[in-house]
Design a protein around this ligand. Structure first.
Ligand SMILES: O=C(O)CCC(=O)C(=O)O
Ligand SMILES: [Fe+2]
Length: 287
């Protein structure tokens, strides 16, 4: 079956497509190794989460669990009520994140099988654990209308992200890695942009951003956005939303991963960084 392609958005410089029936080979060639985003229309077709993960499900099953959102504690049930009463102009705080593997492991079967497009994945390999401590690799994001991810950024430790929309509509804005100078990375947090609102940039304060060509598009239930590492991105919910985020590490982003890992270690000790470099090159041969 040929891939069915729908152009989601094209700003004259960049475009993002939605693809159905894509083979792994096409994904690997045109997206994974080309480091180019795509919306996969049918990656999660076998997940029971597709029908199950609704605001009512989380409210009835986990309403009494506590969640922390933007440093405030809420009962999940109260937070979901707040989300559902929010409006585009008066959003609930965002993001409300549930760590599936650590806090809600019984929900893992609902997001199985792991779709092929997110394989191979070495980010769960024990040998790499020392470098990926604190990496949250299976998260549920709950958002309200108007909920805005707090900053434009690229993802931690060179990992690729797959964001699967299960409920409601979420809008993403993305920029390619070669536009890094136009997004003004923070001096001490180089993976976070200093620009507070990418859709309303203060050109006096950020003059180089006049060259940026951000691209904005929305995804809906059943659709998965592949964000290759190094792509700047942020998200904005247009309705109440539920999404699942996963990461991957393999040959396509190994170089970025080792760069990030070694930069982190070398900020503490150059000898440790040399040893880590040797360790990672040995581990790579075992993967
Ligand atoms: O709000 C979203 O879906 C984006 C989340 C994201 O980019 C992240 O957690 O790194
Ligand atoms: Fe991200």
């Amino acid at each position: 079956m040929a891939t069915k392609v729908i152009e989601l958005v094209n700003n004259g410089t960049l475009s993002v497509e939605k693809k159905y029936g894509m083979t792994y080979e096409e994904f690997a060639k045109d997206h994974l190794f080309a480091n180019y985003p795509v919306v996969i229309g049918d990656a999660c077709k076998d997940w029971s989460a597709k029908d199950k993960f609704t605001p009512d499900f989380f409210k009835s099953k986990y309403g009494n669990r506590m969640v922390e959102v933007q440093e405030q504690q809420y009962k999940l049930g109260d937070f979901i009520d707040m989300m559902e009463n929010a409006t585009l102009d008066n959003p609930a705080p965002y993001p409300c994140k549930l760590q599936i593997d650590r806090e809600y492991p019984e929900l893992l079967p609902d997001i199985y099988p792991r779709f092929e497009f997110a394989n191979p994945d070495w980010s769960h390999n024990k040998l790499l654990k020392p470098f990926l401590r604190g990496a949250d690799t299976y998260e549920i994001f709950l958002g309200s209308a108007g909920g805005q991810f707090p900053y434009v950024h690229y993802d931690y430790m060179g990992l690729h992200a797959y964001i699967t929309q299960l409920y409601g509509i979420k809008e993403f804005t993305v920029l390619p890695p070669d536009q890094t100078p136009y997004v003004y990375p923070k001096k001490n947090n180089t993976w976070v942009s200093d620009i507070p609102d990418i859709k309303n940039i203060d050109l006096e304060k950020f003059p180089l951003s006049a060259n940026a060509t951000p691209i904005t598009f929305s995804i809906g239930p059943g659709e998965t956005l592949f964000i290759p590492n190094g792509w700047w991105h942020t998200a904005h919910s247009l309705t109440t939303t539920i999404s699942v985020a996963q990461d991957s590490l393999n040959a396509s982003n190994w170089h970025r991963f080792t760069n990030e890992a070694l930069t982190k270690v070398s900020s503490k000790s150059s000898i440790a960084a040399k040893m880590a470099g040797v360790y990672l090159s040995v581990v790579r041969k075992c993967l």
